[in-house]
Design a protein around this ligand. Structure first.
Ligand code: B12
Ligand code: SF4
Length: 512
């Protein structure tokens, strides 16, 4: 199994989908290994070595849209190394781009559409491809799409994700949160989201006992913070109350965050979540303009948004209002409205730019929605670049507002930095400054990991301060301000994330 690289700005975490698929294969007695190119530099030689060592019959890879071209490229390399290997790709991009993927990439043998655990198991067990639901494959010159795979009714029958197959110390080095799901499904159908098509519109809930057993396993791996990756944790209050109660009954102390909708939270629920360790909620707020909210079928109101932010603040849970710019009906005026609204909300906010992913209604009915899609260069489908226009809003105008927003963030960070030096930070600013520092340390770790710098370091002669010497050495290889680099490396060394051994005056560094 291979995980595909993507940028640090997207908060790298252990790919949960791949870990779920791997877990079921292992449980059924199939030997599985993971080559994780998210936290290890990709190069064909590494792949070649791994293939020579493990001799896999099948290679499976995961991707979203923005790293699909990279995943496809890796599968091409796999085929070049050994053409007898069966190559399989899954995830939310190819689930809705199956035929096209097979037509454009002859090196891809099978596309898995939708939930992949049982589909991959049947592939690995050698079942006839035509008999396997939820795949697409080539037969002579035709492309065959089998019946859609039914959702897995009872999620409890799935083993816990096989996180042990991933390089855990590298994820800890990134100060990465660990993902976990308590349910799959979302009954809404916002036109820009592929979620419900991936996981169905009916909620399927895991038994709380198993979920919290899994949390204990994650904490034992050394993770301190968990992201509940459900599309909508607050969908079923009874389930969520039981989740919080079980965490408290077992006296587990850790922080967790979740995604939510502003119309699903109540003061009681938020207080309970806070008590159970929830420190952060991300609300999909999308726009400050009611008409746009209605057009994209978000089914929330401006009042509800304000209410949810207020309630979260009162419960002591930090929240992030997440907006999408460039939605159908967006004009210069609505952009300004959204920007003003975001600032008025007494909370953090973030802007993404519309990426019309395959499988979403906004892509399928782009014309009807007045959206012009300017490119199918998937690398640009990162929701941070302007790749669409509306009838009255150009790419330039979208880019401009995004640029202003990023400038504001940078200004604020500079302000925090200055105030810190002058000892003028108040409590909230101090917390925010700490977050900036954690993020920077994560970025340092990611740069080290993505270039295999620690792995490739030869033993270094030391004259006394091994850490300072490492900082000086690494600064030659990665472009990052020296003081942040130094802080990051020192922190990792002090926490044992980076460790060294001294032998006859030479220091050898490794990941802890
Ligand atoms: C939680 C989440 C995140 C979290 C992840 C946290 C964590 N620790 O796991 C964070 C915040 C980091 C995140 C980041 C991003 N996300 Co996100 N995220 C989700 C969400 C809500 C759940 C994903 C999840 O974990 N599902 C549970 C696992 C079990 O399912 P899965 O990953 O889909 O895997 C299953 C199948 O896809 C398949 N499968 C997957 N890979 C493979 C490989 C093989 C070989 C096989 C056989 C099968 C298979 O089988 C798996 C098991 O059933 C989904 C919405 C959704 N419901 O899909 C969006 C979603 C995946 N995210 C999306 C996007 C766009 C992003 C970002 C690009 C952010 C951005 N800039 O917009 C980044 C990209 C990061 C990346 N490369 O994955 C889009 C992807 C659409 C697309 N076509 O690209 C989705 C679908 C939401 C949407 N907007 O429509 N995300
Ligand atoms: S944006 Fe949220 S509420 Fe809307 S369909 Fe996607 S997961 Fe569901």
């Amino acid at each position: 199994m291979i995980s595909t690289p993507y940028p640090s700005s997207e908060f790298p975490t252990i790919p949960l989908g791949l870990a779920y698929v791997a877990a079921l294969l292992e449980k059924e007695g199939i030997e599985v290994q993971v080559q994780d190119f998210l936290v290890t530099q990709y190069c064909k030689e590494t792949l070649e070595k791994k293939i020579a060592e493990f001799a896999p019959e099948i290679i499976g890879i995961t991707s979203v849209t923005m790293n699909y071209p990279i995943a496809s490229r890796i599968l091409k390399d796999c085929k070049e190394i050994d053409r007898n290997i069966t190559t399989v790709i899954g995830g939310p991009h190819v689930s809705f781009w199956a035929e096209e993927a097979l037509r454009e990439a002859p090196w891809i043998d099978i596309v898995v559409r939708g939930e992949g655990e049982y589909t991959m198991l049947e592939i690995a067990q050698g079942k006839g491809l035509k008999e396997i639901d939820g795949i697409a494959f080539r037969e002579n010159r035709d492309i065959v799409l089998t019946k859609p795979r039914q959702w897995i009714e009872n999620l409890d029958e799935l083993p816990f994700p096989a996180r042990h197959l991933f390089p855990l110390s590298k994820y800890r080095a990134l100060f990465s949160e660990c993902g976990l799901i308590t349910s799959r499904g979302c009954p809404f159908n916002c036109i820009f989201c592929a979620g419900p098509k991936m996981v169905g519109r009916k909620g399927r809930f895991r038994s709380i006992k198993l979920v919290v057993d899994e949390i204990e396993e994650i904490l034992n791996y050394g993770f301190k913070t968990i992201t509940v990756a459900d599309d909508l944790l607050t969908l079923n209050r009874r389930h969520l109350y039981a989740f919080c109660d079980e965490i408290m009954a077992r006296k587990l102390k850790f922080q967790w965050s979740a995604n939510s909708r502003v119309d699903t939270v109540t003061p009681e629920l938020l207080n309970k979540m806070k008590e159970a360790g929830c420190y952060f909620i991300c609300y999909g707020v999308e726009s400050g303009n009611q008409k746009i909210l209605d057009t994209v079928r978000k089914k929330i109101t401006i009042e509800k948004i304000k209410g949810a932010v207020k309630l979260s603040n009162e419960a002591g849970i930090k929240s992030l209002a997440s907006f999408i710019l460039g939605l159908p009906g967006e004009t210069k005026e609505t952009l300004q409205e959204t920007a003003n609204f975001a600032k008025e909300l007494d909370t953090y906010y973030g802007f993404h730019l519309l990426s019309p992913f395959p499988g979403t209604e906004v892509r399928e009915k782009a014309k009807e929605y007045g959206i012009k899609i300017l490119t199918d260069d998937w690398l640009r489908y990162n929701a941070n670049e302007a790749i669409t226009e509306t009838e009255s809003l150009s790419v330039k105008e979208l880019e401009e507002i995004d640029r202003k927003y990023k400038e504001e963030i940078n200004c604020y960070i500079s302000y925090l930095e200055e105030s810190e030096k002058e000892g003028k930070l108040d409590t909230i600013e101090r917390e925010e400054w700490e977050k900036v520092k954690v993020r920077r340390r994560g970025e340092v770790a990611f740069k080290l990991l993505q270039k295999n710098i620690i792995e490739n370091l030869a033993a270094m002669e030391t004259k006394g301060d091994a850490i300072e010497e490492l900082v000086a050495r690494v600064s030659k290889e990665i472009a990052y301000p020296l003081n942040y680099l130094g802080e990051g490396i020192k922190e990792m060394a002090s926490k044992g994330i980076l460790k060294y051994e001294l032998h006859k005056g030479n220091v050898t560094w490794s990941w802890g």
